[in-house]
Write a protein that binds this ligand. Structure first.
Ligand code: 5RP
Length: 220
């Protein structure tokens, strides 16, 4: 199976985890796009969605799915999103698409986080994928120096501005043995909006696309 076919398989598998009649939280990226296309075929069963990015909002609306602002909804029972890396504890690196802050906000509100990923995303230790950090533009130099002091190699994502009008620094060279500790530490740097570690709020379930089929993983 190709990587695209694995993404389609997990996008389809996520449908079974939704709560009919309830708002769906929708993530960002190529795997989330596969989920959106599956959701579109069943859109009459759901009142609408909350989007984690403007790109996702546009794709949902293109399918005729109603998109609500987060403040318009009382609850989001299930949030479905991809990941750049996920470990056995269901902790993730996210933000390859630069939507990490809105993704983290929607995930914080959601009852359940369903991560959909192809097999290549499952790793023993997070950090091979450069960790995205969203930064207020005037703090760029300060945050870059602080991230270098932590031991990473911070690189500005050239030509990229987030949906929130901020910049992204991608931090390479990290071997993240304490994801929750590093998530907190980086968030304490003044000028950081958030970082792409989803360790304090990990996924509840990972639907992993493999050649042998879709595996359902949980922590512990
Ligand atoms: C976007 C994300 C994505 O979920 C992550 O980058 C995975 O993307 P893809 O499904 O295209 O591999 O965090 O900000």
């Amino acid at each position: 199976m190709t990587q695209d076919q694995l993404k389609q398989a997990v996008g389809r598998a996520a449908i079974a985890h939704l709560v009919e009649g309830e708002i769906v939280g929708v993530g960002t990226g190529s795997t989330a796009n596969c989920f959106i296309d599956e959701l579109a075929a069943r859109k009459d069963r759901f009142p609408g969605a909350v989007a984690s990015s403007e790109a996702t909002r546009r794709r949902l609306e293109g399918h005729g799915i109603t998109v609500y602002d987060l403040d318009e909804v009382d609850r989001i029972p299930v949030y479905v999103d991809g990941a750049d890396e996920i470990n056995a504890a269901m902790q993730m690196i996210k933000g390859g698409g630069g939507a990490l802050t809105r993704e983290k906000i929607v995930a914080a509100v959601a009852g359940k986080f369903i991560c959909i990923a192809d097999a290549a995303k499952l790793v023993p230790v997070l950090g091979r994928f450069p960790l995205p950090v969203e930064v207020v533009p005037m703090a760029l130099g300060h945050v870059r120096r602080e991230l270098a002091a932590i031991g990473g190699s911070p690189v500005l994502r050239e030509g990229f501005v987030t949906d929130n009008g901020n910049l992204i620094i991608d931090v390479g060279g990290l071997e993240i043995l304490d994801p929750a500790g590093l998530e907190t530490r980086i968030n304490q740097i003044v000028g950081v909006v958030t970082n792409g570690l989803f360790a304090r709020r990990p996924a509840d379930v990972c639907l992993l696309g493999t050649a042998a089929g879709v595996l359902t993983l949980t922590a512990g």
